[in-house]
Design a protein around this ligand. Sequence first.
Ligand code: ASP
Length: 420
Amino acid sequence: MPSSDKKFNLTTQIIIALVSGSLLGIIINLLPLLTPVKLWLVDYVLDIGGQIFLSLIKMLVVPIVFVSLVTAICNLGQEHQFGRIVSKTFVLYLITTTIAITLALAIAQLVQVGHGANLTTDTNFQPATDTSFKDVLLALVPENPVAALAAGDLLQIIIFAILFGLAIQWTGDKSRDIKRVFTSLDNVVMTLVHMIIRLSPYGVFCLITVVFARLGFGIVLNMLGYFVTVWLVLAIQCFVLYPLLLIGLTKLSPLTFFRKMAPAMLFAFSTSSSNASIPVVYDTLTKKLKVKKSVAAFVVPLGATINMDGTAIMQGVATVFIANAYGIDLTLVDMLVVVATATLASIGTAGIPSVGLITLTMILTQVGLPVEGIALIIGIDRILDMSRTVVNITGDATVACIVGQPVKAVKKPRAEDSAT
Ligand code: ASP
């Protein structure tokens, strides 16, 4: 099987698509003379290509989450303790998000991001209506599972799939046929995922060209301090914290992890959506990193919905940036409120583009900062959104590897090694 060649090719192809798309986008942005051609090329040809690709991949999200989770749960052996998977996942998600936001606040304060920025707001920002934690809890259980599936409400789908899978398992022999149907459906959905993933380089090229053609790169230069601070903290979380967790809690080498995760990370970068990345991340974890399906099927969609380390980082840096830009001092209590709110906000943040900015309003309101301050950073948020989505999905994948220990690690426990 030339599978490793194929994997290598796909990563390389996506990188080529990303680099050439970014360059082409910046060039198109800098060419003022060809407005009609530009509109036709960017808003028509490339945008259609990118949007069709996004729809194709989003089309897979509900089937993959529902089918793979039901299949995984109904095939859980007695030796598996689903309760432990759930509690371990929640604790790790909570810890990594808390570290992310704390790091963001500490580094942003250290470099005094936004100090003396003297910026004016030139974009209108509509604050979101507040969603209370009670609303989040009440919305967890679907009154109508078909409506949840149709609306693509991931948390509701996860709850229904777990209960449905458990019911199949507990029905015993009488549910053997439906178990077989789901196992077979799972294989079909995965074939569909592979068919569409093969189109990634073309989709990524279209998406990335449109982003840079519309935004250019000049906008980044105006906000370099904020931009670099967010990137720095994202990089520490992704390339220092996650590898440390992998080294400490699994036997997986971080290098192997990143090599195998590269296409999924590039994919998240191009789509800015953890939700849209679910099929690719799930496929990478189960096929390339050998994470148990029962774990990946639960941890990945849950993480795409409730675990947003990258988003929390942006929110921490943005809060300090806005406070400094308005000349408002944040106290230690304010910081603690930011840590708690950002961690909770991450649970209520859907894994779709730009939603982190909406939940940022909750955090600003909690510490009494002007919500209009978001208009300062909205212009460059699209590019940062791409980067933080990479961290969001890498955090989910790290937790999946820890909870669903790769097979090799399970086969060679240390105690055994030293006993022989
Ligand atoms: N785009 C992010 C995601 O999908 C969410 C955000 O930070 O806006 O993971």
